[in-house]
Design a protein around this ligand. Sequence first.
Ligand code: NAI
Length: 249
Amino acid sequence: MLCVDLSGKRALITGSTRGIGMAIAMYLAKAGASVIITGRDEGRAKEVAQHISSEFGVEALGVGMNMEDMRSIEEAYRRVEAQWGGVDLLINNAGITRDKLFLRMSLEDWEQVLKVNLTGTFLITSLAVKGMLKNRWGRIVNISSVVGFTGNVGQVNYSATKSALIGFTKSLAKELAGRNITVNAVAPGFIETDMTAVLSEEIKSAYLKNIPLGRFGKPEDVAGMVVFLCSEYASYITGEVVHINGGMY
Ligand code: NAI
């Protein structure tokens, strides 16, 4: 029987106190990895870590890490290093939207989305990659989006960051391949989380019409692919993007 075994691996998942990030943390833990749950609210991160630890019998750490704030990222990562020495798997999941038509989009709307989705990803990756280089093993998975490929009305800022993550993934994959570190991305379509819960029923039914599989995705639909990309079965895959969207693109 084939099975994914990630025991002995330490995984850090950004923005993992809910939604897709939390589902990824749970699936990695189910596969045996120790997990570091991070989010703006340290109390909530600790709660989720505690739950995962008792549910799956793995070590789990909850750490406050605000992806908008360089100092918070550095400080949190120093604590992770002090306790666990570093990480083997990094999942860049934290992301925000500030949707507005382009003509109404302020510089603040633009910069805030870039800060969390892109600069935060750059900062945590540059910290985490050092240990991976030393160990000559690592897995990085970036959460992009279908709108990084299709574009979307009202999401010039968000879709720009999600396309940029593809260039980030492909370039970094080339730089790190010689050290046995793979860098891949997943591009989810419409996944049912807090992020999409705010959309009107009218918009949701318009999306649904364009999804051949006839349903919205669940966080677990993304988590399964992330576990695969972290596993030994994916050791010859790097710089790749996997679309998880029920066939809509
Ligand atoms: P969500 O809004 O439920 O979760 C986002 C996560 O990021 C939360 O844990 C939140 O606390 C965290 N986060 C936001 N700002 C943060 C900050 N400044 N510092 C630290 N953490 C922060 O959204 P969802 O749907 O779970 O999104 C996860 C990722 O998947 C995001 O990158 C999103 O862009 C991407 N995605 C989501 C899709 C969807 O349909 N839900 C589709 C395609 C991509």
